[in-house]
Design a protein around this ligand. Structure first.
Ligand SMILES: C[S@@+](CC[C@H](N)C(=O)[O-])C[C@H]1O[C@@H](n2cnc3c(N)ncnc32)[C@H](O)[C@@H]1O
Length: 267
């Protein structure tokens, strides 16, 4: 049943996930809480770090020296007032692109509060047609592609808008995260239930899906490593570095690194 605040995900997944992320902002999900004015001030002084995965900071040598060279950065599906304002304060020329208007407002809020310039654009990460070919030097993509059913167009579009020699740094959820019964995980039980690719539209029981929808939870998709890593290679990107992280909010992270980040170059 569709209404304007809780659209039917079967009919319009984008509208549903947009409304769900707007709702996450209202309930202070940790990925929607903007950085402080003090953090922005420190970033202006050269002291900053960002994450693409829950905990580990991105190695500083994955970034150019923003104060020494001009760098057009796209924060792809990365709003929430976190990465984009820090990178802008560090000296990058930042565009943030996201589906959720409320998430983008968090970046605008920090920009206005702290006198930063950030271009905010609303849309779907699978379609970057609002950007010209080769219009960014660096794409920063936090763990967001779990919200699209097919990640391959995201890599294709990222590669298209990246200039030659530009880098895509991307966090993602490893497929192992999604093979377990997601409801039992809440009781710390790891019961293998799902195959990959995993989809909260088609893999789970109607009652489980109904409760996610009732709670306005964004719907997730678990992609294979073939799609996460092979998809970047197929898009013409060469992976040159990699690290892993543990999301200790969930029991799987106690046994295996369930999150990862890649650094790729368009040659
Ligand atoms: C986990 S948050 C990531 C941002 C956060 N600053 C971080 O550090 O991870 C996921 C983001 O993906 C966005 N998103 C979900 N589906 C999207 C889509 N199809 N296109 C663009 N953005 C999308 C959400 O609105 C949300 O801001």
């Amino acid at each position: 049943m569709e209404n304007s605040s809780n659209p039917d995900p079967e009919a319009n997944l984008l509208a549903y996930n947009r409304a769900a992320w707007d709702a996450q902002v209202r309930t202070n999900n940790e990925w929607t809480v903007p950085v402080s004015a003090e953090e922005i001030q420190r970033a202006r002084e050269g002291i900053w770090s960002i994450v693409l995965t829950p905990h580990r900071s991105v190695p500083r040598d994955w970034f150019p020296d923003f104060s020494a060279e001009s760098c057009r950065v796209l924060c792809l599906a990365g709003s929430g007032g976190q990465q984009a304002p820090l990178l802008a304060a560090a000296g990058a020329n930042v565009t943030v692109f996201d589906l959720s208007e409320e998430q983008l407002k968090q970046d605008q809020l920090v920009a206005e509060r702290d006198g930063l310039t950030i271009r905010c654009v609303q849309g779907d990460m699978s379609d970057l047609s609002c950007f010209e070919d080769e219009s960014f030097d660096l794409i920063v993509h936090p763990c967001s592609n779990t919200f699209v059913p097919n990640v391959l167009p995201v890599w294709q579009e990222a590669a298209r808008v990246l200039c030659r020699g530009g880098h895509l740094i991307a966090g993602f959820t490893k497929p192992v995260f999604y093979i377990f019964d997601q409801q039992r995980i809440e009781n710390s039980e790891l019961i293998v239930k799902h195959s990959i690719p995993y989809s909260e539209l088609t893999s789970i029981a109607p009652s489980e899906k109904a409760s996610l929808i009732a709670e306005q939870e964004p719907l997730c998709f678990g992609h294979s490593l073939g799609d996460q890593i092979g998809g970047q290679l197929a898009a013409g990107l060469r992976i040159i570095d990699y690290y892993e992280d543990h999301w200790d909010a969930y029991p799987i992270g106690k046994y295996i690194a369930d999150m990862a980040a890649t650094r790729a170059i368009k040659s």
